[in-house]
Ligand binder design. Structure first.
Ligand SMILES: C[S@@+](CC[C@H](N)C(=O)[O-])C[C@H]1O[C@@H](n2cnc3c(N)ncnc32)[C@H](O)[C@@H]1O
Length: 200
């Protein structure tokens, strides 16, 4: 039962998210890392990578530091929507584990634009999040809508979450931004989606 639980499946999503070939000593950004479960897993597999973690909650950063600390991992408490990379750092990859679902559509687009500026040419943006019920059908669509309604209600009450529905992840960014979406979305669990974009 535990094996199939919601939380176990979320962790399965984080593990799938990292399934990618990255150059040796690549520079990686994680946005909205929370309590460190994604980076703890990924750093174990690839200790050569340099990680920058941007997370707006000091409490979450403290939890993440308890889970994983390394000279290869820098934690930065900041709101990514106001983040300016003064060093002009170019990242090989940006990962967003369950981050975009926290954002209203307008801020999702703002975040995509900022990511497109800080990725290297050929760099990768990868996200794992909840599947949009509008992309599902039948009973799956109904169940996903119910789960998301409950989750958004819960997080609005407990964490003053700004969003009340998923942003449209599938919008075409190629015209306005320099990111192009790779068509093959992945589904690590029926209610999760992993999408990948590359910087032109
Ligand atoms: C749904 S949680 C996901 C946490 C974690 N990545 C996971 O896999 O469980 C979203 C995280 O994004 C952080 N966050 C929300 N808005 C943010 C922003 N504008 N800038 C940086 N972090 C943000 C929240 O504090 C929270 O830890």
């Amino acid at each position: 039962m535990e094996y199939m639980s919601f939380w176990t499946l979320l962790q399965k999503g984080r593990r799938h998210l990292f399934g990618l070939v990255l150059p040796y000593k690549a520079k990686i950004l994680v946005i909205g890392e929370g309590d460190g479960r994604f980076v703890a897993y990924a750093h174990k597999l690839r200790p050569d990578l340099d990680w920058i973690i941007i997370e707006s909650s000091g409490k979450m950063i403290a939890e993440a530091k308890k889970r994983i600390q390394s000279r290869k991992i820098s934690y930065l408490q900041a709101d990514f929507l106001n983040f300016e990379d003064r060093d002009g750092t170019c990242f090989d990859a940006v990962f967003c584990p369950y981050f975009f679902s926290c954002l209203a559509q307008e801020n999702f687009e703002k975040a995509m634009f900022s990511i497109s500026k800080i990725l290297k040419s050929g760099g990768i943006l990868r996200m794992v999040d909840f599947r949009d019920p509008r992309s599902m059908d039948g009973i799956g669509q109904f169940l996903q809508s119910c789960v998301l309604k409950v989750l958004y209600l819960f997080f609005r009450k407990t964490a003053q979450l700004e969003a009340n529905r998923l942003p449209k992840f599938d919008m075409l960014y190629e015209a306005s931004f320099t990111l192009s979406k790779i068509p093959n979305d992945e589904y690590p669990a029926p209610f999760l989606i992993i999408s990948t974009w590359t910087k032109k």
